[in-house]
Design a protein around this ligand. Structure first.
Ligand SMILES: [Zn+2]
Length: 106
């Protein structure tokens, strides 16, 4: 360890456009096998980020996932639909990888 703390990388939520530390956002990756939610941020490929917030997910879902298509440079409709369902499962239950549970009023 050196005395210099690494600066946390920041990414922008594709729903609310808020910049947050990467670790606080849910990654979505466009892999060769399709688009998948990537909560552990380990999948290869282009990534997009969304808050663990149902409101943000609702914005991402608009216009058949237009924000996600743009961020990931044009995956197909079925790929986006499948990814949105995976995101819904993760965000809908407020499950965060480190085990913390967000309050409804966050
Ligand atoms: Zn957001």
């Amino acid at each position: 360890m050196t005395g210099t703390a690494p600066r946390a990388p920041v990414r922008t939520c594709i729903g609310c456009r808020t910049a947050r530390p990467k670790d606080a956002l849910l990654r979505v990756a466009r892999t060769p096998e399709g688009v998948h939610a990537d909560p552990s941020a380990r999948l290869p490929g282009r990534g997009a980020y969304v808050c663990y917030d149902p409101d943000c997910l609702a914005m991402v879902r608009r216009r058949d996932g237009a924000a996600l298509r743009r961020a990931l440079r044009g995956p197909t409709g079925p790929e986006v639909a499948a990814a949105l369902d995976e995101l819904h499962d993760l965000v809908g239950h407020h499950r965060v990888p480190d085990g913390t549970v967000r309050s409804e009023n966050a």
